[in-house]
Every structure is written in structure tokens, then in C-alpha cells.
Ligand binder design. Structure first.
Ligand SMILES: *Cc1c(COP(=O)(O)O)cnc(C)c1O
Length: 356
């Protein structure tokens, strides 16, 4: 095996995915799997299909293209608001998308109509998190604009995000408003618009608590199903594995050094001015992985006696003084990643992503 590696335990992600699909189903909802956290990995899309997810979502067309080319049986949805410059590709790569700009929707409608394609859109509504979406007061006007489309675009429903930009948590009330907004648009356009789609992982809590209002019928998620945690509610998710992913790197040096540097201290490579506490001589290991590959404050060593000290682009330094293992060059050390670390690993071309 080559290192550094991001190792994905297929069975654990599959079990998590099945548990989430079952939970959603028991509350009358469909689950759609978001693959962006692992750069649209086709093996993850395969797990989602096996688990009973109803579709694949990704924020990037490049990822959706990979999944399409791999022959995934599930419909694909672009979940980042599309660039006008990518609409031609969108029409080919995905059956569905989230949309929040009338000009973009018109252009997509024109492109799809002339190509003889029907593309389904969900109208993105901002229920308070202040990322993308129509502001609720704009909806009647927007709905009137959507009445005269050429037939390339079909209104499939509405969608909203929670805890993406501002950390606004989902709950019964803001989800219920989303259903009302759908009814407003549907009333004006005369189109039924059955889908009311919410994301991401933080919505699981509302489902578990039985607080999802009537009408909300789709959940889009990634973090919870892969990592078993919910960052927004700062909780671990019951019944989901939290050890499906491991980051493993190789030690290239291990030796005793002082805990305080020698010389005048300025700013280090990443613009930070470190502060030091004198803890005497400490044994430090250097791993061949760095900030270019992983988010160092979002990984936890599996060896509980190891402490992360700092990192530069290509080196991660850990304190192994208190560890029972006698670490040396050539040994491997593993970490549990959280979402930003998983994302960085999946994006770094220097990290091997292995499904086992
Ligand atoms: C990333 C994303 C999700 C998934 O969120 P998680 O919290 O990772 O589950 C859902 N919807 C949209 C629009 C997203 O951008």
C-alpha cells in the first residue's frame, strides 16, 4: 500500500447508509446520498446505490460526470447552484439540480428545450442560513416568472439547507415554512411540485425526534452517513459507526528534541506565530503527510497517547513521548478524520483513497 492513505471501510459505510435509509423510510422520506466529501468517488456512489439511496447529489459536475461514466443506476442531482457557463454540461450530466436564479433557470430551460431534454429543478429557498436560495418575500414574484418556461425545465419541488453557512439548525418550524413556500409557488405556477428536500446531516436529528412536518419528503446527506457524526448539533449519531474512515501516514523521523525552539521565533510557514511551553525534552515523530493533504486540527490520533504538535505543507509533527509503542521511521500511524480532513484527503492527489 502507498501512504498517505485514506482508508474507507466499505461495510461500515454501507451499514450506516442502510440505517439512514431505514430511518428516513420509517418517516416517509427518501434519502439521497451526497458524494462531494469524497470527490464523487464512484465506490461511494456504489455503496449508496446498494444501501437503497434514491439518488446521488454532488456539488461539482466533474464528480457527477465520473459517477455517470461509471454506470451508476441512480439519478444525479447537482446541489451547488449551477454556473451559467456549465448549463450545457449540466443538462447532460444530471437529471436534476437545485436552482436559485431566474436568469439561470431561463437559460437552462432554453438549452434543455432545444435539446429535447427535460431537466427537473428544485427551487432553493433560504429559510435563514444565509447561503443560497430565494428569500421568502421574493417567492411570489419568482413564481410568476416561472410560469412561462419553454418546457425544458420542470419544477419538481423546493429545497433548503441548514447549518451550511451560518449554522442555523433545522427544526419543525423552519421545515414547516419550507412546505408553505412550496405551496405558494405551486399555487401561483399551477405545477404540483411534490419534492420538499432538506439537507444535510443535521436534519437527521429532527427526523429521529419525530419532528419533521408533513410534506418534507427528501433528505440529502453525507457527513452522518460516512462519519457517524453531526457537526452542526455537535453530537455523535446513535446506531452509526464512527470509525469507517482512517487516515494512515508513515513516520520518516523520530527523535528526542527540546519542546522550545532554539533561536528568535518569527512567523512559521502558514503565517502563525506559535507559542511554546517548556516541557523539557520530548520525543517527536515526523509523518509524511501535511497541510496540503489533510486538515490537521480535524484529525485525532488513534493512539490516545500521541499528541499533534504542528504541521507544515508536507510534514506532520506529533509528540510520542507518552506513547507505549516505540515509534520509529517506517512505522505507520493512523488518525480518525472529521469532515474537513476527509475532504482534504480526498482532494489531495498525494493521498491514496482505498476502499476495503
Ligand atoms: C453538502 C450538502 C449537503 C450534505 O450535507 P452534510 O451535512 O454533509 O450531510 C446537502 N445539501 C447541500 C446543498 C449541500 O451542499
Amino acid at each position: 500500500m502507498r501512504y498517505p492513505a485514506l482508508i474507507v471501510n466499505r461495510e461500515k459505510v454501507l451499514n450506516n447508509a442502510r440505517t439512514v435509509v431505514e430511518l428516513c423510510r420509517s418517516h416517509g422520506m427518501d434519502a439521497w446520498g451526497v458524494t462531494k466529501g469524497l470527490s464523487g468517488d464512484i465506490r461511494l456512489a456504489g455503496i449508496f446505490a446498494d444501501a437503497g439511496f434514491r439518488g446521488i447529489c454532488d456539488s461539482r459536475l466533474r464528480n457527477l460526470r465520473k459517477i455517470k461514466d461509471a454506470g451508476s443506476p441512480l439519478p444525479r442531482q447537482l446541489i451547488r447552484i449551477a454556473m451559467i457557463s456549465e448549463l450545457r454540461e449540466l443538462a447532460v450530466m444530471a437529471e436534476m439540480s437545485l436552482q436559485s436564479d431566474i436568469g439561470t433557470i431561463r437559460e437552462l430551460d432554453r438549452i434543455c428545450a432545444s435539446a429535447g431534454i427535460t431537466h427537473e429543478i428544485l427551487i432553493m429557498i433560504d429559510v435563514g442560513d444565509l447561503r443560497e436560495g430565494f428569500w421568502p418575500t421574493e417567492l411570489p414574484e419568482a413564481a410568476r416568472e416561472l410560469k412561462d418556461l419553454e418546457g425544458g425545465v420542470k419544477l419538481g419541488g423546493v429545497a433548503a439547507n441548514f447549518a451550511c453557512a451560518s449554522g442555523v439548525l433545522p427544526g419543525h418550524d423552519n421545515m414547516a415554512r419550507l412546505v408553505e413556500y412550496r405551496d405558494v409557488i405551486s399555487g401561483i405556477t399551477g405545477v404540483e411540485m411534490p419534492a420538499v428536500s432538506v439537507g444535510g446531516t443535521c436534519c437527521l436529528k429532527v427526523i429521529e425526534d419525530g419532528l419533521v412536518p408533513e410534506g418534507v419528503n427528501v433528505l440529502r446527506l453525507s457527513e452522518g452517513v460516512i462519519l457517524g457524526v453531526d457537526t452542526a448539533f455537535d453530537r455523535v449519531i446513535p446506531h452509526l459507526a464512527r470509525d469507517a474512515l482512517t487516515v494512515t501516514a508513515e513516520i520518516v523521523e523520530c527523535r528526542q528534541k527540546p519542546s522550545v525552539p532554539v533561536g528568535d521565533v518569527g512567523y512559521q510557514a502558514f503565517g502563525e506565530k506559535p507559542v511554546f511551553t517548556d516541557r523539557g525534552l520530548r520525543k517527536r515523530a515526523i509523518l509524511a503527510i501535511g497541510r496540503q493533504d489533510v486538515s490537521i486540527d480535524r484529525i485525532t490520533p488513534l493512539d490516545g497517547d500521541v499528541e499533534i504538535v504542528t504541521a507544515s505543507s508536507d510534514h506532520l509533527i506529533v509528540d510520542v513521548t507518552d506513547a507505549r509503542a516505540m515509534y520509529k521511521a517506517g512505522d505507520l500511524m493512523s488518525f480518525r478524520p472529521l469532515y474537513p480532513a476527509m475532504l482534504a484527503c480526498a482532494t489531495s492527489e498525494y493521498v491514496e483513497v482505498i476502499f476495503e
